[in-house]
Design a protein around this ligand. Sequence first.
Ligand SMILES: Cc1cc2nc3c(=O)[nH]c(=O)nc-3n(C[C@H](O)[C@H](O)[C@H](O)COP(=O)(O)O)c2cc1C
Length: 320
Amino acid sequence: MNFWHEKLRIGTLEVPRFIGGPVDGVTDSPFRQVMRQYCAESLLFSEITHANYLAHTKKAVRALEFCQSERPLIFQLSANTSDNLEVAVKLILEAGVDAIDLNIGCPARNVIGSGSGSALMADPDRLEEILKKLRQLVPVPLTVKMRAGFKRKNALDIARLVYNCGVNAIFLHPRLQTQKHSGTMDYELVREIKKMIPIPVILSGGIVDWQSAQAARAATGADGYLVSRGIIGQPWKLRELNQLSRGQEFHIDSTQRLNSSLEHFDNLTTYYGEHGIPAFRKHVPYYLKGIEGACDARKQIMETLCPHKVTSVLKEYLGP
Ligand SMILES: Cc1cc2nc3c(=O)[nH]c(=O)nc-3n(C[C@H](O)[C@H](O)[C@H](O)COP(=O)(O)O)c2cc1C
């Protein structure tokens, strides 16, 4: 059977090999709802949410407010201790998810400052304590999203530890914390981890189209491919990759482009109220990329707080 026709198995979950990655501030519920229009089966990631925040916030936590139609959904947690995991996992499971991921790859200063994210790759004892606790609490598939290492490469040791804790799959962004989101990726690391442990290894990094996906598969042999920045402003990206990888044609026309941007904007204002208007601004350059008059359209949307103005500019510039 063709590799791309076969589903990827993550514990009990069976999903297409292209997965929608987490991008903080972008892959929220309003955006995932638009993505879901294009890919009924693909696994989508939530953004990162700290376990302590889930456990201690008295008011409703935004990250837990999503639609069941967004599933299959993998909820991403960060943690620096096992203390609050019981409450956090209970809330996540009550919200209804298909898998839970522990982030041990985030390089951001505010995340590593508290000892979570990629800082956990430099603290294997604490990581083991957190993962053992999570494995006891999480009945759905449990995954880890990691890097090549924190300041130095230790992904092989961490992958073995993670596997021994009962994790069902590894998402690997093969860069060090110090590289943040650019610079050379260590593709060989994917092969080495795959050789060492029998759970799926999913590559994260640099997948933007079918060509880059084919190159990444040839270089790494990874079991699955996470698409993060490549989905910004292109909620159809997973359908594009799923279809092209199965030898089917893919085309997105200007009406679909326009309708997706309008639906995204509408979802944002429904979800965030008036804050949905400024929240849409960061997506605008991506939707308008390559469009004639993009600069002028962008300026008009950036300067307004009127929802009708936003939709009329989108229709004028993106419409057929
Ligand atoms: C602005 C931004 C926000 C991100 N937010 C998250 C996040 O919340 N959780 C996470 O695991 N990774 C996060 N990432 C990392 C991506 O998911 C991904 O691993 C990385 O960007 C490499 O993949 P790409 O080239 O497909 O973007 C973020 C990356 C960027 C640039």
